[in-house]
Design a protein around this ligand. Structure first.
Ligand code: F6P
Length: 552
């Protein structure tokens, strides 16, 4: 495809557009009867099982999607990513988060240099430091062991680590390693978040990790200064050296802030913020909490999917299938949103993390060459664990808007409970819903069925479910560090597949950059040295009124 050619101008895109008319005539009720079709829509890799048979798609649709992938040079684009080409062209950077979890002997080049040894130097440094903190050979200013950690960071320097921490919190193996320790996350610039984070903690036994790729993000830096003050007012300014460490690509600013560069853990500009959980951004706080061996398992899980994504044929490639189906739903069937529904409370922070990975990556209006897109790209991602979501927004998904759903289930619970006298275990009760919901969405309920159930006539329209609502089911054997890594990498690569097909740059975020600078003018107006009587100036009528009211 020539660089300025949009994917919608290719024949496979046009064929898929025409094909949507055929698909609109089908119903999942009928499609689900075709066993051969369903069997072809199930894929397994390394314990992960994907069933996408409840998508409004036939085998013909899949063939057409593979042709679309070819037209988008998907294979070549994946290879360009793995070989360190500057595919993030607007920032002139490689995109190599796969290198963060590559085995020690792997060779992955960026700008002619193998980056894997640098990755492992930092991992070894984290292992060493986290072991010292955990075994009490690194102590605080008053000689006490540091058992609590507050990680300060926002966006990509927060959501991924929070997701992984939350997922590990009840994993029996991780629980053992975390005994007596706490990990908290301070993200919001709202002082309430500071208050909540330090509540019940003693500066003497607390280590603060400042996580910021740029070390300039306003929220993070203000929170870092606030906790520096919390530490130094309690223990004296020299205590900062023992109680504050940093994760950043900008080691000069780390030093300027007053953190010893020896206590800084580097990462690189070829790691995007939202793809950085496998760098020191996630590895440091998680190793402090759970020990490095648990985090290494997480990295191995992600690496297994990286290899699968790079080498498996498209028909067997979980991230590629996930990505192509998303493009099908968004660009051809016109479904703009996606619900991420893990049937595991441990995955409660998965949807918020994927929300950033997906929406910050693919929420773009122009192609990678700057051509305005004549089709929609990106998806609205949201989600909650089942069964909580069932009592909240599922009503809309069953009878209102069509929202393709990702049902994520776990075979073996992290914390099984079997009560005497109950028909099923608590986990089986949860999973009954995981298995039942996709069919309810696919099949719906007809007026004839309701009549047979003697439902009164006037309620029939209200109790009818149209069905034909797509979903996919992803079943993991268990939820340990390894599986969590697999899940993360599968979704990261899915987002890349979508972006590659849509022809956009999934690795920049100019929209968020704008927001970062917008507050500057207001901040000047709120400057404490202004007198209250000074008029608010330089804003439109609405903002002037609101600011005046706030200042009074
Ligand atoms: O939210 C926008 C963003 O630029 C993210 O991409 C990034 O992860 C986050 O801000 C935080 O940036 P930093 O790690 O530089 O503090």
């Amino acid at each position: 495809m020539a660089s300025t050619t949009l994917i919608c101008d290719t024949q496979p895109w046009k064929d898929l557009k025409a094909h949507t008319e055929d698909i609109k005539k089908t119903h999942l009720r009928d499609l689900m009867n075709d066993k051969e079709r369903c069997e072809s829509m199930m894929v397994e890799f390394d314990g992960m099982f994907l069933d996408y048979s409840r998508h409004c798609a036939t085998l013909e649709t899949m063939d057409k999607l593979y042709k679309l992938a070819e037209a988008a040079s998907l294979k070549q684009q994946i290879n360009r990513m793995y070989s360190g080409e500057h595919i993030n062209s607007t920032e002139n950077r490689s995109v190599l988060h796969v290198a963060l979890r590559a085995p020690r002997d792997a060779v992955i080049n960026s700008d002619g240099k193998n980056v894997v040894p640098d990755v492992w130097n930092v991992l070894d440094k984290i292992k060493d430091f986290s072991e010292k903190v955990r075994n009490g050979s690194w102590v605080g200013a008053t000689g006490k062991p540091l058992k609590d950690v507050i990680a300060i960071g926002i966006g990509g320097s927060f959501l991924g680590p929070l997701f992984v921490h939350t997922a590990l919190q009840t994993d029996p193996e991780a629980v053992e390693f975390a005994k007596g320790r706490q990990l908290r996350f301070l993200a919001n610039v709202d002082p309430i978040d500071v208050a909540r984070n330090i509540a019940g903690l003693n500066p003497e036994t607390t280590l603060v990790v400042v996580v910021s790729k740029t070390f300039t993000t306003a929220e993070t830096m203000l929170n870092a200064r606030t906790l520096r003050e919390w530490i130094s007012s309690a223990l004296g300014p020299s205590a900062v050296a023992k109680h504050m460490v940093a994760v950043s690509t900008n080691l000069t600013l780390v030093e300027k802030f007053g953190i010893d560069p020896n206590n800084a853990f580097a990462f690189w500009d070829w790691v995007g913020g939202r793809y950085s959980v496998c760098s020191a951004v996630g590895v440091l706080p998680l190793s402090l909490q759970y020990g490095f061996s648990i985090v290494e398992k997480f990295l191995k899980g992600a690496s297994s999917i990286d290899e699968h994504f790079r080498s498996a044929p498209f028909e067997k490639n979980i991230p590629v299938l996930l990505g192509l189906l998303s493009v099908w739903n968004v660009s051809f069937l016109g479904y703009p949103a996606r619900a991420i529904l893990p049937y595991s409370q441990a995955l409660e922070k998965f949807a918020p993390h994927i929300q950033q990975v997906s929406m910050e990556s693919n929420g773009k209006g122009v192609s990678i060459d700057g051509v305005p897109l004549p089709y929609e790209a990106g998806e609205i991602d949201f989600g909650e664990p089942g069964t909580n979501g069932q009592h909240s927004f599922y009503q809309l998904i069953h009878q209102g808007r069509v929202i393709p759903c990702d049902f994520i289930g776990i075979v073996k619970s992290q914390q099984p409970v079997n009560l005497k006298g109950e028909v099923v275990s608590n986990h089986d009760e949860l999973m009954s819903n995981f298995f039942a919901q996709p069919d309810a969405l696919a099949y719906g309920k007809t007026a004839e069925q309701l009549l047979k159930e003697n439902v009164s006539q006037h309620l029939i329209p209200h109790k009818t479910f149209s069905g034909n609502r797509p979903s996919l089911s992803l079943l993991l054997p268990s939820l340990n560090a390894y599986n969590i890594g697999q899940l993360l990498a599968s979704y990261e690569h899915r987002v890349a597949v979508e972006g590659f097909v849509w022809g956009i740059n999934s690795f920049d975020q100019w929209g968020v950059e704008l927001g970062k600078s917008l507050a500057t003018q207001v901040r000047k107006q709120l400057n404490g040295s202004r007198t209250k009587s000074e008029p608010v100036e330089g804003f439109n009528f609405s903002t002037t009124t609101l600011l005046t009211r706030y200042l009074q």
